[in-house]
Design a protein around this ligand. Sequence first.
Ligand code: 5GP
Length: 204
Amino acid sequence: MNIKQKGLLIVLSGPSGVGKGTVRKELFKHVDNLKYSISMTTRPMRPGEENGKDYYFVTKDEFIKRIEKGKFLEHAQFVGNFYGTPLDKIEDCINNGDDMLLEIEVNGATQVRHKLPEAVLIFLVPPSKKDLYERLKSRGTEDEEVIQARIQKADSEFPEARFYDYIVVNDKVEDAAKRILEIINAEHSKRIRVYDEYLKILNK
Ligand code: 5GP
């Protein structure tokens, strides 16, 4: 039994191509009170993606208007496109005691860390840099120029791992998801999160 508490804000970050989406989908097979924050982006939709499921796809004008209205928890530009986490839903979810997972790149994760220091930051890394480059190339969803830009971007993102609470290697999707699940479970028992409720137990 878990002591009653607010939900966790979990940030899953790491270089593009590391497999954040695949690990996230695996993770969701094993948890029920975890919600996923659907991001907003200006990047073109890829084949197989759905508006409102993978992302909310919007125009640059629409995105900029939302920035001006303060509608994002964080937002960043990534290889020529905007990405952002809509603020609505996050507060409700956490106050209801549900955990919320954000799958975002490193600049966005830094913004979340500054705004909400209690967020749990997880950096997903590939077993090797070579492995990441090969994954980016074999994905077949981008042209060569975009792949090269993403590889360069990944190189600049690796050093950011030092600001994270956890580093998880995505050697095997199932194992990486299991490690993240263990982190989430452990975070739920952290003293700072449960101490007030614990004091109530003492008075029962
Ligand atoms: P992709 O175009 O491959 O879907 O995403 C490119 C990068 O943007 C990935 O690293 C992805 O995790 C990140 N990303 C997706 N949604 C958001 C978001 O809402 N905010 C930020 N900062 N990055 C995001």
